[in-house]
Design a protein around this ligand. Structure first.
Ligand code: SAM
Length: 243
């Protein structure tokens, strides 16, 4: 159902010759810093051939990570493929001198596992990558690679704390397993970004997120980019609900 007649962008007052709008080239029609505003282009350009994640989605990740590094815990990515977003995370952590945080990267690096009835993807999708090629692109010392299938590769990490997790695994089971492990270890004030939430090709991803957070106080924030963000609350909060 669409909301007929709802103006998403109210018309403005029209152009004024006497007022200069800074960075006018980045308005399309709204301010769109993912087109390469300031520092972002230095982080995005080197990774653009190694990621499926569009510039607007990368910009959300880039922005959120800069805040998340102030929260205790490490940075996790579930779903690395050819390493594009992971390369960007490593570069941002390096630039912020936040290399005391470990960047943990989880992927089979050999394609998807068996999928189920909630998924459009098939076993073996994304097989055209390798641990060797990805690790060669991410030379930073604070990065660890966890090759194999989630959740097996979470073994031994029960004591982890996490400040930021990018969950980009597309599949119902993998999103659910990743969330069940990450959520209790996510520091208050930290974030989880689900890349695939709104994509028609990933119905299982949205289902997994909706099921998991149905009885949690956090409400996933759905973005026009297709991503959903969860902001982790602290210990003390009420439990109101609008059903
Ligand atoms: C969409 S790709 C990740 C894209 C990447 N973040 C980028 O920058 O382009 C999804 C990845 O998740 C991996 N994956 C899905 N389910 C998995 C599981 N259960 N265990 C390990 N890897 C999995 C796939 O093999 C694939 O490499």
């Amino acid at each position: 159902m669409t909301l007929a007649g709802l103006a998403l962008h109210a018309p403005g007052p029209g152009p004024r010759k006497d007022t200069e709008v800074p960075d006018l080239a980045f308005y399309r029609p709204l301010f769109a810093p993912w087109l390469g505003y300031k520092d972002f282009k230095h982080f995005f350009m080197p990774v653009r051939h190694y990621t499926l994640v569009s510039p607007d989605r990368c910009y959300q990740l880039y922005s959120l990570l800069q805040q998340a590094v102030r929260v205790p815990g490490d940075v996790w990515e579930c779903g690395v493929y050819r390493g594009g977003t992971a390369m960007m995370f490593a570069a941002v952590l390096e630039k912020l001198a936040a290399t005391s945080k470990t960047l943990r990267l989880f992927d089979s690096f050999a394609g998807m596992p068996e999928t189920d009835e909630h998924d459009w993807h098939q076993a073996g999708d994304f097989h055209d990558t390798s641990l060797e090629s990805v690790s060669g692109r991410i030379p930073q010392k604070n990065v660890t690679f966890h090759a194999g299938f989630i959740p097996d590769t979470f073994a031994g990490l029960q004591d982890s704390r996490i400040c930021f997790a990018h969950i980009d695994v597309d599949l119902y089971r993998a999103v659910k397993d990743s969330t069940e492990f990450v959520y209790p270890r996510l520091s208050p004030g930290g974030f989880v970004v689900y890349d695939d939430y709104g994509f028609i090709t990933c119905p299982g991803a949205r289902r997994a997120v909706d099921e998991f957070y149905a009885d949690k106080p956090e409400v996933p924030l759905v973005l026009p980019t297709g991503q959903a963000i969860v902001f982790k609350l602290g210990e003390s909060h009420g439990t109101p609900s609008i059903g």
